[in-house]
Each structure stands twice: as C-alpha cells, then as structure tokens.
Design a protein around this ligand. Structure first.
Ligand SMILES: Cc1cc2nc3c(=O)[nH]c(=O)nc-3n(C[C@H](O)[C@H](O)[C@H](O)COP(=O)(O)O)c2cc1C
Length: 311
C-alpha cells in the first residue's frame, strides 16, 4: 500500500519533521510504502478563475485545467496513493497561501475526475498543523478542505503550537509521540475497509463530520458548520454546548457523493441560465467596464530610480 506524505513547510522545518515521524511510524507497521512530496518543489500556478473547468463540465467535457504545471503530477500522486498525510505550518491563523493555491486548483482536476474520486471507496488521510504560537484557529479546519475535496477520510489530526524556529518541535517530545501515533493510526485505517476507519483525533469537535469546533450563527438558536454547511439547533445540556444537527443536512452533506453531485448539478443549472440570458447583460456591463482604470506599480527601472531618489 502506498502512503503519500505532502510537506508544505520549510525544508527540515517543524511540519516536515513531524510528518516524517508519522511516516516512519506508519512504514514500521509493515506493508506500507512511503512517498514524499515537498510542496515547495512543485511549480503551481494560481487558479486564474477562468472557469474553463466548470464550463467544460456543463458541455460534457472532462473539465481539466488548461494550465500545464506540476498539478498534473500531484493529481497522479493523489490518485495512486492509498493514504495521505499532509503537514503544514500556520500562516495568519490558517495554512499558508501556497497550500490554498494548491487546494484552489483541485477544481481544475476536472469535475468529472472529482466525481470519479467520489465513486471510489474512501481512503485514509491525516493532518498535522504547526504554529509558532496559539494563533491557529483556522488551520486544521481549512486543511480539511483539501482532504474532503479528494474524498479522503481524515482519521487523525493534531495541532502543534509554540513551535516557531525550524527544529523547535524536537524540544516537544509529546508532539513527536503524537506524530508517531498519528502515523500508526493512518496505517491502521489504511488496512481497514472505509466503514471501519474511526476518527482518532484528540478532540471530537462539535461537527460530527469535520470535527471542527467552528460554528456560524444563523439566527435564533440555529448554527452551521462553516466547513460542512450542515445546520442544527444549539442547546445547552448539563452546561455543555450541543447541536442537534439536521438529519437531512447530514444526508446531503457536500463531502459525500450525493451532496457533491447536487453541488455540481446546481452549478450546471446556473451555467445554463447564464448562457441563455447573457445577451441581456451586455449593455449593463459597459457601465462597469468604463469606470476608471487600475493603478499599476512602476516598471522595474522606474521603481529602482524612485528608490535611489528617495534614498
Ligand atoms: C508569514 C508567517 C505567518 C505566520 N503566522 C502564524 C500564525 O498566524 N500563527 C502561528 O501560530 N504561527 C505563525 N507563524 C509561525 C509558523 O507557523 C512556525 O514558524 C512554524 O513552525 C513553521 O513551520 P515549518 O517549520 O514547518 O515551516 C507564521 C510564520 C510566517 C513565516
């Protein structure tokens, strides 16, 4: 079985060390072959927002992104592996921009591919997040999105904190032990049928699907998980916050084939409406097209002489 480790931090940084600790532990359980990818080694262009992928889907195409870069390599590696561990630092409370750029490009794998991934049995995934402080609130919830888009079940995750300088995590024996356990948990899950893969994270969280503790308030006592978009009624039970989640929302959750299929169907319906009515927009668009022009930075030489003048 193949276990892929995707490191998204500095080379020999904390997230890489913890990921390698997890991978070594997984490998030591036997029958697991490990492959490593360092996100910074890859050339990944940002999504341009052209929507060729979703437009192609509406016309029956594969919807694969036109950009030729290392996302194709990554797609192949994600397809081949039986398990995935992603480890990343925290930048501004959440995973780094490069992680988000990669995640944005998943849509460009093509909606047809994404739907095919949802026909496959779920595979085991796990997440490690490392912050230099305790400003980490959005990191793991956001990192889950990449796993869910590719139909991995996150069987374990943990947040390391107060670990700023590269190698700092080696002072934290408990973090290394936790990473080691995470590796074993992933290995164990990889060897089980999907229905038997249990969540082994430290905190079950409030959302039964993504295990995050984030809640959006939606008026009165209604709350929503911002990752899974399921809603429920908030209540206090013996002084503890509980949510009575809507069974229908859970049935249609967007990270399962039914909900994902509905999501793509709704996008296609909007595309059809747009294509049928777009001519009527033309005169109205002009108002915005002619409104002012954008400011641009000075060209390199001008910027250089400006700095010299100022200095
Ligand atoms: C631009 C930038 C933003 C950061 N923002 C946060 C933050 O919001 N919260 C936090 O806990 N750590 C933050 N950090 C610290 C890193 O998460 C920390 O140094 C981590 O160990 C880096 O992981 P690595 O060694 O795997 O690269 C930030 C670091 C950088 C460079």
């Amino acid at each position: 079985m193949k276990l892929l480790g995707l490191g998204c931090g500095r080379r020999m940084g904390n997230s890489e060390i913890l990921m390698k600790e997890a991978l070594m532990a997984a490998e030591a359980t036997g029958d697991i072959e490990v492959e490593l990818i360092h996100l910074h080694d890859l050339k990944i262009k940002p999504c341009t927002g052209c929507e060729k992928c979703t437009m192609s889907m509406s016309k029956g195409g594969t919807g694969e992104c036109f950009q030729k870069d290392d996302m194709r390599f990554l797609k192949q590696k994600f397809t081949e592996c039986d398990g995935l561990i992603i480890s990343a630092p925290v930048f501004e409370l959440r995973p780094p921009g490069l992680y988000c750029i990669m995640n944005d490009r998943f849509l460009g794998f093509g909606p047809q591919y994404l739907m095919s991934v949802f026909q496959r049995p779920k595979r085991a995934g796990a997440l490690i997040s490392v912050g230099g402080s305790d400003w980490v609130q959005l990191a793991l919830p956001q990192m889950n999105l990449a796993m869910f888009m590719l139909n991995f079940k996150v069987v374990d995750q943990f947040q390391e904190m107060w670990t700023g300088r590269p190698g700092h995590t080696l002072f934290h024996e408990e973090a290394l032990a936790r990473a080691n356990q995470l590796g074993k948990n992933v290995a164990e899950a990889m060897k089980k049928p999907p229905a038997e893969m249990a969540f082994k994270g430290d905190d079950p969280g409030i959302c039964p699907f993504c295990h995050s503790n984030l809640l959006l308030t939606r008026g009165k006592n209604v709350v929503e998980c911002p990752i899974c978009a399921i809603r429920g009624d908030l209540a206090l039970k013996d002084g503890e916050i509980t949510v009575n989640w809507s069974a229908e929302d859970i049935r249609m959750i967007k990270w399962e084939p039914l909900g994902m299929g509905e999501h793509f169907k709704h996008i296609m319906e909007r595309h059809v409406y747009f294509e049928e009515n777009k001519e009527s927009l033309k005169p109205r668009l002009d108002k915005y097209r002619v409104y002012k022009s954008y400011s641009l930075p000075p060209k390199a030489e001008e910027a250089e002489s400006q700095v010299q003048e100022e200095g």
